[in-house]
Each structure stands twice: as structure tokens, then as C-alpha cells.
Design a protein around this ligand. Structure first.
Ligand SMILES: [Zn+2]
Length: 170
């Protein structure tokens, strides 16, 4: 990997910068769908292999699933989230439950493609450009430490931006 939640950091930053154009929920769902692959491989073979869903065509397929049927599922989850908040929590943590089509598509595709770019840096055996290329030209474009700093740093930066926006509104 980086393990799945690390991928959410860049997604949170993209969402903080372009809140109306990107759905963080479909971004996160695409990442989770892609990482079901190494998890299931690990459970069944003992090796967390990064195969089809860790190629650009496979990740794009995962993004399409995150859009449909994923988007209605995400909206249901957001409605559930909102219902669990009291009035004070809702002021900070409440969110619109409807996800428009463009943000859903942007979130899912950015989630899938950033996932491949980040994972490919770490896993030599990945084939991001399959079937055109059997090798991984992106391996090592960033060190493992660099990946973790990038993911955590972007998540923290997103939090700062989000707090800034909400403080001004409050
Ligand atoms: Zn992955």
C-alpha cells in the first residue's frame, strides 16, 4: 500500500481546495474498492498482491463502480451520518447528502488515479500501464517515507483549510 486511509489525505486536500467540484466520499470509496484486491489476495493466498485493480484500467473500473452503484450508497451513508449528529455537531460536521454527478465522477476518478500513482511508487511488481506496459515506470518516484509524509501532510493541510473555512462561517 500505503494503507488505504493514507490515500484519504490527498483526497481531503483536493476536497478542501475544490469543495463543489469533487466528492470526497466517492474518492474514498474508489480507494477502498481498489484495496479490496490486496486484502482478498492476502486472505486467500497469503500474499497481498496488487494486480488488475492496481492498473489504470482496473482502477478506472473501480471508479465507475464507485460512481454507480457507489454514489447512491454514499448518499445513503451521508444521510445516516447527518442523522446521528446533534444540532451543535451538525453545525461543524453536517454535510449535504446529495452528491451531484460531476463531483461524483471527479472524486471517483481522482481517487482511483491518485491511488495508482501513490501505490506504484511503492510496489515494483505493480503494472500501472497494463496492458500497454508490463513494467512499473513509476516505481520509486517517491520514497516510502516521502509517500507517508505526502499523505499525512496533505491530510493535515486539508484539516487546516477546513478549520479556516468553518471558523469564518461560524
Ligand atoms: Zn492499493
Amino acid at each position: 500500500m500505503p494503507i488505504t486511509p493514507f490515500h484519504f489525505g490527498p483526497g481531503a486536500l483536493i476536497k478542501a481546495v475544490a469543495p463543489k467540484h469533487v466528492s470526497w466520499t466517492t474518492f474514498a470509496l474508489a480507494n477502498c474498492l481498489i484495496d479490496l484486491e490486496p486484502i482478498l489476495y492476502f486472505l486467500f493466498t497469503g500474499e497481498p498482491a496488487h494486480r488488475f485493480l492496481h492498473t489504470l484500467p482496473g482502477a478506472t473500473l473501480a471508479a465507475l463502480i464507485a460512481i454507480w452503484p457507489g454514489k447512491p450508497g454514499c448518499e445513503m451513508m451521508l444521510r445516516f451520518w447527518n442523522r446521528r449528529l446533534d444540532v451543535r455537531q451538525a453545525k461543524w460536521l453536517g454535510t449535504g447528502a446529495a452528491i451531484a454527478n460531476v463531483p461524483a465522477v471527479m472524486g471517483a476518478l481522482l481517487g482511483a488515479w491518485t491511488h495508482i500513482a501513490l501505490d506504484a511508487a511503492m510496489h515494483a511488481a505493480m503494472r500501472p500501464f497494463w496492458p500497454l506496459l508490463e513494467s512499473n515506470p513509476w516505481h520509486g518516484w517517491l520514497s516510502v517515507d516521502g509517500l507517508h509524509w505526502l499523505c499525512m501532510g496533505s491530510g493535515l493541510l486539508a484539516l487546516v483549510v477546513w478549520l479556516g473555512i468553518h471558523s469564518r462561517r461560524a
